[in-house]
Design a protein around this ligand. Structure first.
Ligand code: FES
Length: 152
């Protein structure tokens, strides 16, 4: 990942911090923002590293720790919970043999929960990286995982 190249595509304004972090994380094979990159972003925008870490910590989609190639974020907000998300979280934990917050040993999947993904009409919902899925059932989850596993 060429951080300098990404940074050069954005104006040196902290208004672009979210976009920059998205771009950097999406291009990182381990879907995270490493410490040395935080330093470069802060320097580029002329802000403190703590401000960058503040944003990374505030938004659940960002991480400062290495994750799997595919980050599964299953919504744990009330509407999805009422529609069966709790059971799906347990199902995913068993299927992947990890707990929420963990990564599979082959580094393919990280399982996370999330606040509302804005897809309540299709609850229960989850995202895998930038792809949104809704009206989930265990069978659909199986198919989705299979698709990504074949795309290693
Ligand atoms: S509550 Fe799950 S997408 Fe809104």
């Amino acid at each position: 990942m060429e951080v300098e190249k990404i940074l050069s595509e954005f104006p040196k304004s902290k208004d672009y911090l979210l976009e920059i972090l998205h771009e950097i994380q999406n291009k990182n094979p381990n879907s995270y923002i490493p410490p040395e990159v935080v330093q470069k972003v802060a320097k580029h925008l002329n802000i403190k590293k703590a401000q960058v870490y503040g944003v990374i910590g505030y938004y659940s989609m960002f991480s400062d720790k290495p994750r799997g190639k595919y980050v599964i974020r299953i919504c744990a907000s009330p509407v999805c919970s009422m529609m069966g998300a709790e059971n799906l979280i347990e199902y995913l934990e068993k299927k992947l043999n990890v707990k929420v917050g963990e990564t599979t040993p082959d580094e393919l999947f990280t399982l996370e929960t999330s606040e509302c993904l804005g897809n309540c009409a299709a609850a229960p919902a989850m995202m895998v990286n930038l792809d949104m899925y809704g009206n989930l059932t265990p069978g659909m989850v199986d198919n989705i995982l299979k698709q990504y596993s074949q795309n290693k």
